[in-house]
Write a protein that binds this ligand. Structure first.
Ligand code: SAH
Ligand code: SF4
Ligand code: F3S
Length: 468
């Protein structure tokens, strides 16, 4: 089962650039593109790379997908509804293609990497022109060129997705916030989760590649960097003698970008060294996403999470003691196979005692090929819905409590844009990753400003700009 990391060679990357230039020179090619992105930050960042490659290939971004010559769906398969949504949208384009036969449709991302999916796309989705997996996004120039050349469908899904790809062009969505991947894949095999199957084994990027990228972003004036990995705490474990995640964080912070975030920390690997670094390093944002998944030891064991309720709560206590201003958020799955009323109550009581700023809550969704999919004790959907509703209501109460503690405080806010409601309202994020709306001019977008918190809504805060 162990897969070797395959580093894509500079020669292969240069070859792809030649394909890109060849593609750009053709007249019979699509001129505009639109990427529909599903799923997590990993996918959002992959889409920035796909956009970078498409722009190198001479395409420009279309404002709406209905107007694009090439529509690429970067899919997610974490839960059944994510997958259904993507396939539904792909099918919808079939009608557009009837009117505009030159429209090219692409599908990529995690869903394509699922066993059997490439076949399904070939058989049931004949209007899809090009499909490729997460392990070969760098081959987009070659694949599109081949599709245009042969006027035939091109499907390329590597069995081996443990590739490490450096040097792709990136078309970033924002000038002042940037994603930087530090590691790909996951080794944890939580029993419910499909990610290790569709994203391959953990492989860490070289520290020097990461630092070069962060340095460049700092020079470009980027204000906030989000370091990405499915389990950032195990950064470097696959490299003999490599640096640890806290060491990497320190070096990244030394590059001088004012705000550094990271996602996701697996609780089993959250070390004292990391807690100390968060407490001491002012560039690290006051936010930690620490998915607990369940408050019941029986369910945590069945999920293969490899921590207990008690050890999780101990870590929370340590963080609170070392850095009381750090806000915690989490992910929770309800109705995992075998979850009794008592197991669920254990989750409720954990949520009550931690006091998260917010939580992403999900009803368990069986994924073919994962261990949990064949576990007995499926929960009645009505019970699952009732549980998630109770959990959401409890979390709303906790969020209210946390938010109201912030009223009267002055927080530094990175202004991310204008509010949708009014021209004079702008919106931004606190270091603790909470949205704040306040009055101010569009000229502040991209800046970090002091804002006094005046009121708390359900999911956002209200504030007043203070003189810096
Ligand atoms: N690597 C991250 C999470 C990736 S997936 C981590 O370990 O935390 C994001 C969240 O989706 C998970 O934390 C989990 O709560 C949820 N999730 C994953 N698989 C799921 C499934 N089969 N059904 C329901 N929720 C799931
Ligand atoms: Fe999935 Fe678990 Fe890996 Fe997160 S740590 S990606 S939940 S297997
Ligand atoms: Fe992310 Fe979904 Fe893939 S959550 S890693 S895009 S399966």
């Amino acid at each position: 089962m162990r897969e070797e990391t395959i580093r894509i060679s500079p020669e292969e990357m240069a070859q792809q650039q030649r394909f890109a230039r060849e593609f750009a020179a053709r007249e019979d090619r699509p001129q505009t593109y639109y990427i529909v992105t599903y799923g997590c930050q990993m996918n959002a960042h992959d889409s920035e790379k796909l956009a970078g490659m498409l722009e190198d290939m001479g395409l420009t971004a279309a404002p709406r997908k209905e107007e694009a010559d090439f529509v690429l769906h970067n899919t997610c398969c974490i839960r059944d509804n994510a997958e259904r949504k993507a396939l539904g949208n792909v099918t919808w384009l079939k009608e557009v293609k009837k009117e505009r036969p030159e429209l090219m449709i692409g599908v990529c991302g995690c869903m394509v990497q699922e066993p059997g999916m490439a076949d399904k796309l070939l058989r049931q989705y004949p209007f899809v022109d090009v499909a490729f997996g997460t392990g070969n996004i760098h081959r987009l120039p070659e694949l599109l060129l081949r599709a245009v050349d042969t006027r035939r469908r091109v499907v390329a899904v590597p069995e081996e997705q443990s590739t490490l790809i450096e040097g792709l062009p990136i078309h970033r969505d924002s000038d002042f916030q940037a994603y930087v991947t530090i590691m790909y894949g996951c080794n944890n095999f939580c029993s419910y989760c499909i990610v290790p199957y569709v994203r391959g084994r953990e492989r860490s990027r070289d520290e020097s590649d990461i630092l070069r990228e962060v340095d460049m972003l700092q020079k470009q004036g980027v204000k906030e960097i989000m370091l990405l990995g499915q389990n950032v705490n195990s950064y470097g474990n696959d490299v003999p003698g490599g640096v640890t995640f806290p060491q990497l964080l320190r070096r990244v912070a030394e590059c001088g970008v004012p705000r550094i975030r990271f996602m996701t920390s697996h609780p089993k690997d959250l070390s004292d060294e990391l807690i100390a670094e968060i407490a001491e390093n002012p560039a690290l944002c006051r936010h930690l996403h620490l998915p607990v998944q369940s408050g019941s030891d029986k369910i945590l064991t069945a999920m293969n999470r490899r921590y207990t309720r008690e050890s999780y709560l101990k870590k929370v206590e340590k963080i609170r003691a070392a850095a009381p201003d750090v806000g915690l958020t989490t992910d929770i799955i309800v109705a995992f196979p075998g979850e009794t009323d008592q197991d669920f109550e254990d989750t409720m009581s954990l949520v009550r005692s931690v006091g998260y700023d917010s939580a992403f809550t999900f009803i368990y969704s069986p994924r073919t090929g994962t261990r949990a999919a064949s576990m007995p004790g499926r929960i009645d959907p009505a019970v699952a819905t009732e549980r998630i509703e109770r959990l959401i209501a409890l979390q709303e109460e906790m969020t209210q409590r946390r938010f109201s503690e912030m009223i009267g405080q002055t927080q530094s806010v990175l202004v991310t844009g204008q509010s949708k409601r009014s021209d004079r309202q702008i919106t931004g994020k606190t270091s603790r990753n909470i949205s704040v709306n306040f009055e101010g001019g569009a000229d502040l977008v991209g800046q970090i400003v002091p804002v006094k918190i005046t009121a708390a809504g359900k999911t956002t805060l209200k504030g007043k700009l203070e003189q810096a």
